[in-house]
Design a protein around this ligand. Structure first.
Ligand SMILES: [Zn+2]
Length: 87
């Protein structure tokens, strides 16, 4: 009995911990395989106002697509479409 209660409490706790809903990878659900570095409007969804790349645990992307996006953002920075870290 005590065990059951403990389990229940643990379960509730873990639910509270996962309150931040697991977001699905947008690129997976839209089946996007290639990200163009010239597509700034799209890339802007994945950087902060200061130009930092939003980490995967926040934006919910999968590893594969996060890598693609990161590459595209870095390329866009070099070309000058996106800012490097702004003050
Ligand atoms: Zn994905």
């Amino acid at each position: 009995m005590a065990d059951k209660q403990m389990n229940k409490r643990f379960f509730e706790k873990s639910l509270a911990f996962k309150r931040i809903k697991k977001r699905k990878c947008k690129l997976c659900s839209n089946k996007i395989e290639v990200v163009d570095y010239k597509n700034i409007e799209f890339l802007k969804n994945y950087i902060t106002e200061r130009g930092k790349i939003i980490p995967r645990r926040v934006n919910g992307n999968c590893a594969k697509h996060q890598r693609i996006i990161t590459k595209a953002i870095k390329k866009a920075r070099e070309v000058g479409f996106l800012p490097f870290q702004a003050e």
